[in-house]
Design a protein around this ligand. Structure first.
Ligand code: ZN
Length: 211
């Protein structure tokens, strides 16, 4: 069995959504300074790096990060590759991708993957997102989980329609995937968000496996 780690490394200086808190991750005690053990401290936003959005992110009565269904977060998933020329994923793009009926978990690998190659700490506003028409198409197909390879599923400055549509349909959203190591195909997804009480999102370790 092959295991693909599709999670970003959480580190200080990494790109975060504009206005979100920067990552703090450092050791408060250090063996080399005489301490018995190394002990790190961290402070970060719930939507840092590879993370899930809980419905509560945009839906006032939506479920929280600690209530997300594990049977949706784990199971068969399809990685689809979106042609590099596509700047926004629309309903027409969804149709052109010839997505199969099953599984109901879809991960979009787009030209966003190039941003991880840059290893830049700068937020990239030109990332590829999913618009409202595509969101409606995904809901109509009964998709339960959707993932994408940048830190928002929706196009920049147009967050609400896509999130309202997807989260309103109780779909789980995974953002900030690093899909560089995988190509289009079928995998088993394991997405385990931190069990953060009452939170609207949570960082997750996400892996894909393939026999
Ligand atoms: Zn998010």
């Amino acid at each position: 069995m092959k295991i693909f780690d599709v999670s970003l490394t959480i580190r200080e200086g990494m790109a975060v959504w504009p206005g979100e808190p920067l990552v703090v991750l450092n050791r408060r005690t250090k063996i080399e300074e005489g301490a018995h053990a190394n002990v790190s401290f961290m402070s970060l936003g719930a939507h840092t790096g590879t993370h899930v959005d809980a419905p509560f992110h945009f839906i006032a009565e939506g479920s929280k990060a600690d209530e997300m269904p594990l049977d949706v977060l784990v199971g068969p998933a399809q990685v689809v590759e979106v042609p590099g020329a596509v700047k926004v994923i629309t309903a027409d793009v969804i149709t052109s991708l010839k997505i199969s009926d099953e599984p109901k978990r879809l991960l979009f690998k787009t030209s966003n993957s190039k941003y991880w190659d840059l290893e830049t700490n700068e937020f990239q506003p030109g990332f590829v997102g999913i618009d409202l028409s595509a969101s409606e198409a995904l809901v109509n197909r009964g998709i339960r989980l959707v993932g994408i390879d940048y830190i928002s599923v929706s196009p920049y400055k147009n967050s609400k329609p896509t999130h309202d549509e997807l989260l309103g349909a109780h779909m789980i959203i995974i953002e900030g995937l690093d899909l560089r190591s995988v190509s289009a195909g079928l995998y088993t997804l394991y997405c385990l968000p931190l069990k953060l009480h009452g939170a609207d999102g949570a960082p997750a370790r996400v892996i894909l496996t393939q026999e």
